[in-house]
Design a protein around this ligand. Sequence first.
Ligand code: ADP
Length: 319
Amino acid sequence: IKRIGVLTSGGDAPGMNAAIRAVVRAGLHHNLEVFGIYNGYQGLHADDIRPLERHSVSDVITRGGTFLGSARFPEFKEEKVREEAVENLKKHGIDALVVVGGDGSYMGAMRLTEMGFPCIGIPGTIDNDIAGTEFTIGFDTALNVAVEAIDRLRDTCSSHNRISVVEIMGRHCGDLTSSAAVAGGAEYVIVPEIAFDKDELIRQIHEGVAKGKKHAIVAICENVCDVNELAKEIQAATGRDTRATILGHIQRGGTPTAQDRIMASRMGARAVELLLEGYGGRCVGLQNNHIVHHDIIDSIKHLKRPFNEEMYQLSNTLF
Ligand code: ADP
């Protein structure tokens, strides 16, 4: 192969820029030409494809988001649309593609590989919900944002004897919530993987208040319940002022942590090596601090992400 492309797709995540930079610099190191595809699969179809030089990725390692842009482009599920996209790649002489994104983006990469166009996936999402890797790019940064938010809420909660319900992202994966709960010392943690017993939660909080607890922090993953309603019910049951805070997209932004930058750099460089070794249809991951790679179809369809039970239990033990 002589020319490769790189794109970011799906929800953005801090550290995606570090991954793009690594693909570009590793590619150049191996005497490849590297093309940036802007706005994910949408740009691939619209031929928004430009060469990237060494300096194109200067100063991006510190920046959150993705300078290539990202887009949702459901039309990419249609074979005809993908064929037109592959035509664009061929027109530019691009032989292979690195896709940074979540499992939806992996599906696109898998489809292209099936059509004879080799792709390597890199896991980029704050949700940590991709199989075949212990961590996804952006998770650590989002975790630090969530922990800082919990710290701030704790200050004001303890001053006002208030109960705080904090909604944390993660889609249907509780990793971000349970890790933030442990690091932030939250009293209660609710994740999608464990059935939520609202009455039991309220009973426990009530018991804590009766024993003289001054404040409480409930860390809850998004998509479990309406947190504003939950706060109202806790307030009604305990008589304590209770507020819900939805951290939302704040968790998706900001300067990537050193850990995310390093992991993204390792994964980006490895993705290029895999293409040079003749691989396609693989996705890279981190396991036991080693960069590994799996069949992308296996990762989407067969590998199951184990629930981090230990982290969940720890947050309950240390409460
Ligand atoms: P994420 O990659 O973060 O999971 P999405 O699920 O929105 O985000 O997927 C990102 C993009 O990947 C979609 O907008 C679409 O362009 C492409 N994609 C998703 N699913 C498929 C599929 N089954 N076949 C082809 N492309 C897909």
